[in-house]
Design a protein around this ligand. Structure first.
Ligand SMILES: Nc1ncnc2c1ncn2[C@@H]1O[C@H](COP(=O)(O)OP(=O)(O)OP(=O)(O)O)[C@@H](O)[C@H]1O
Ligand SMILES: [Mg+2]
Length: 262
């Protein structure tokens, strides 16, 4: 459904790698301040889909629309300038650099004469730590080397950085992979913070409990196609599992069930 408030719309997007068709006829939209979860098996095309949105892959056909403007020849830099940020757990941060350097990497604050304004960046990092990250470990300061931090803490830093620079759409591709239960909970809290900050998010996770807990809408991706979607509030976890089984067997959701939105 196309409305004036849609942040992102993909229409009839297809992508193949040589002979392999990774995506076919994808229609997907993300609303203003909406958290959308993508669920699907390994190789379903989820990462390829988000790589198209971030300008990493060009689609073979179809259109991408951002705030009502059609985007052509999208590049990674252009996507970032528009406010589309991706957080990859492992690749997001520079391990040997301090926390504050990581927050401001590529977007350093400058003082007069073009010198780095280190104290300003430290102060902003400290504020982020207090107001957003709420790290319980006293060992973490703006000077802490990021490589010594836990996976969940690193995830938080990457999300905090995106929010600090006013990303409007934050894409998380399996952010909880390899995280402990406690760290996973923290990552889910960060997704709630994205919502509270008025921003939008695409959240990809193989754990349906995580997805069901934090997203507004769930989209099922199956073998390169969108099988269907549900408003989270309108589908129970058990019904979601049943629908996923139905998709695995037939490639489509069971439209006879309640709560189907697409
Ligand atoms: N750069 C590439 N070159 C060739 N084939 C690719 C490339 N990237 C993805 N594919 C293929 O496209 C299909 C979709 O892959 P994709 O990584 O998007 O799946 P996914 O849903 O993210 O899976 P997972 O849950 O395992 O991360 C797969 O068959 C994959 O092998
Ligand atoms: Mg993937």
């Amino acid at each position: 459904m196309v409305t004036a408030t849609n942040l992102l719309e993909l229409e009839d997007v297809s992508k193949s790698f040589g002979e392999v068709s990774a995506l076919e006829g994808i229609n997907l939209m993300v609303g203003d301040n909406e958290i959308v979860g993508l669920l699907g098996d390994n190789g379903a095309g989820k990462s390829t889909l988000i790589k198209i949105v971030t300008g990493f892959h060009a689609p073979n056909s179809g259109t991408i629309t951002w705030k009502g403007q059609r985007l052509t020849h999208l590049t990674v830099q252009h996507a970032r300038d528009l406010g589309i940020e991706t957080v990859y757990q492992e690749r997001a941060l520079a391990d040997q650099q301090s926390l504050w350097r990581n927050i401001f990497m590529g977007r350093e604050r400058k003082a007069r004469l073009g010198l780095l304004d280190v104290s300003q960046m430290r102060n902003e990092t400290e504020k982020l730590m207090l107001e957003f990250l709420r790290f319980t470990s006293k060992a973490v300061t703006p000077e802490t080397e990021v490589g010594t931090m836990s996976g969940g803490e690193r995830q938080g830093v990457a999300i905090a950085r995106a929010l600090h620079f006013e990303a409007e759409l934050i894409i998380l591709d399996e952010p909880t992979m390899g995280l402990s239960v406690t760290e996973t909970r923290k990552t889910l809290d960060f997704v709630r913070e994205i919502k509270a900050a008025g921003k939008s998010c695409i959240f990809i996770d193989h754990n349906i409990f995580n997805v069901h807990e934090v997203v507004d809408r769930i989209v099922l991706v199956d073998r390169g196609r969108i099988a269907g979607g549900f408003k989270t509030a309108e589908i129970t976890l058990l019904d979601l599992i049943a629908q996923m089984q139905h998709v695995a067997e037939t490639g489509e959701i069971d439209k006879s069930k309640a709560g189907v939105t697409t």
